[in-house]
Write a protein that binds this ligand. Structure first.
Ligand code: GAL
Length: 450
């Protein structure tokens, strides 16, 4: 297969992204730091079919759209915590003001999620390799909690955020905790993330539902020690945070304005490497309120100006009944979730569409019984250019973009998708199952840019 590198001109949510090697970007539970004009994205390197720690990846970008794989910043350790058959999640990097070192914080745990602590690792250069030092200590003891995040205030002071709402202030070298500045406010409040605008701090988190999405919510305060006032949901109620879980908020400071970018994960166990995606959306922040009122399939950032704008306008729409679409296996008409679409419930059913243009976006109806599709893009000679797995599950039915090709030389291409026969699911430590009720694949339409 000819591996094609991904070149995009907008931020796409809920679709696999490809790096310069043509490989899907694996950086979940991540965060971003800016060093000069370069943004570095750190996140969990996942493998499919296992939840075991596979390292933390580092990617770089100057436009927040096209990402270059840099390194496995922190590889799996030989033994012990973050060794084989362990869990490592939510890596966040900050630069310590007193030493200039890059310090990475993470949730280290056992595969059974019963031996958690906040760990840290350091490096002299942003891309690593990072040296793992074990638990971060507060009063000589590890912080034995799970979901964590970080926040660096204007004056360079670093903080560790914990699920529930604990906030710890770091020493100047970021290698230990000096003080606890806030105590947990609520049960749950996972995947903590924070940013500051003016004199207001915004503290975002999720409910405790494992890899399943929920309506994330937030608090605000004028001081990190509170009082924290519970505000409301980050996105419209019932959208389940547009089907994502927050991991980080990146302020993109331009010459005059700042865009606050919400970064969320759309998890997909057991295919977190190939089918989990990213939901990155501009946050609207006004006074002590924030929101993501609409879901943007694609949008653009002017990094220099600190402004965001709309993505490309829709092109030619090829619907599911168009004669350029061919189906094999059994497909049915369905209307759940809105648009009339075709759905296949049987393994090995597939469809393909031939189009002429420079980019194509696949829209499918994600459904409560949705599952994985194997998608392939081939050129006019039948040579495969890209392939990927996409997840068509959502707790509520909704038509969404599921796959976007990179920008292509104008020409004739074939896009195809087939039913894998599996959906995502997870069984938590209480033995409760979440995830899809089936493995359906659907086709709503293809949007082709001329
Ligand atoms: C989530 C948490 C993730 C991961 C997952 C495991 O609640 O935010 O980081 O730990 O549980 O089920």
């Amino acid at each position: 297969m000819a591996k094609m590198s991904g070149r995009y001109d907008a931020i796409h949510s809920g679709t696999p992204w490809f790096d310069q090697r043509g490989q899907p970007i694996s950086a979940h539970g991540g965060g971003i730091i800016r060093v000069g004009d370069i943004y570095y994205l750190f996140g969990e390197a996942h493998r499919d079919m296992t939840n075991a720690f596979a390292g933390f990846n580092c990617y770089s970008s100057t436009d927040l759209v096209n990402w270059r794989f840099e390194s496995v910043a922190l590889p799996m350790q030989q033994s012990g915590p973050l060794g084989p058959e362990t869990v490592g999640e939510r890596p966040k990097v900050m630069r310590a003001p007193t030493t200039g070192d890059y310090v990475m914080f993470m949730h280290a745990d056992g595969l059974d999620y019963r031996s958690q602590f906040v760990g840290y690792a350091t490096a002299k250069v942003a891309t690593g390799p990072y040296t793992f030092h074990g638990p971060l200590l507060f009063e000589g003891k590890p912080i034995k909690k799970w979901d964590m995040g970080t926040f660096q205030d204007k004056d360079g002071t670093g903080y560790i955020l914990m699920h529930g709402g604990d906030i710890y202030r770091l020493a100047g070298d970021y290698r230990s905790v000096e003080a606890q500045v806030n105590k947990a406010m609520v049960h749950g409040f996972e995947s903590p993330a924070m940013f500051r605008k003016g004199d207001t701090y915004y503290f975002l988190g999720s409910n405790l539902t494992g890899w399943e999405r929920n309506d994330n919510y937030y608090f605000t305060a004028k001081s990190l020690d509170g009082p924290w006032i519970r505000k409301g949901f980050v996105a419209p109620k019932g959208s389940l945070t547009w089907n994502s879980q927050v991991t980080f908020v990146l302020p993109i400071k331009g010459e005059r304005e700042t865009v606050f970018m919400f970064m969320g994960d759309r998890w997909s166990y057991p295919r977190q490497a190939s089918a989990a995606t990213y939901v990155w959306q501009p946050l609207i922040v006004q006074g002590d309120r924030l929101s993501i009122p609409v879901y943007r399939d694609a949008w653009r950032i002017d990094v220099g100006a600190g402004k965001f704008r709309a993505g490309p306008v829709p092109g030619e729409i090829i619907t599911s009944t168009d004669r350029r679409v061919s189906y094999t296996g059994s497909w049915q008409k369905s209307e759940i979730g809105g648009p009339i679409h075709q759905v296949a419930l049987d393994r090995d059913a597939s469809f393909s569409v031939t189009f002429t243009g420079t980019q194509a976006s696949l829209y499918s109806v994600a459904r409560p019984d949705g599952g994985y599709a194997r998608v392939t893009l081939s050129d006019g000679h039948g040579v495969k250019l890209l392939s990927s797995t996409v997840d068509m599950y959502s707790k509520y039915p909704v038509s969404n973009v599921k796959f976007v090709t990179p920008r292509l030389p104008r020409g004739k291409y074939t896009f195809s998708a087939s039913v894998v026969g599996e959906g995502w699911y997870w069984i938590n430590k209480k033995g409760e199952r979440s995830g899809s009720a089936g493995h359906a694949v659907s086709f709503d339409h293809l949007d082709v840019r001329k």
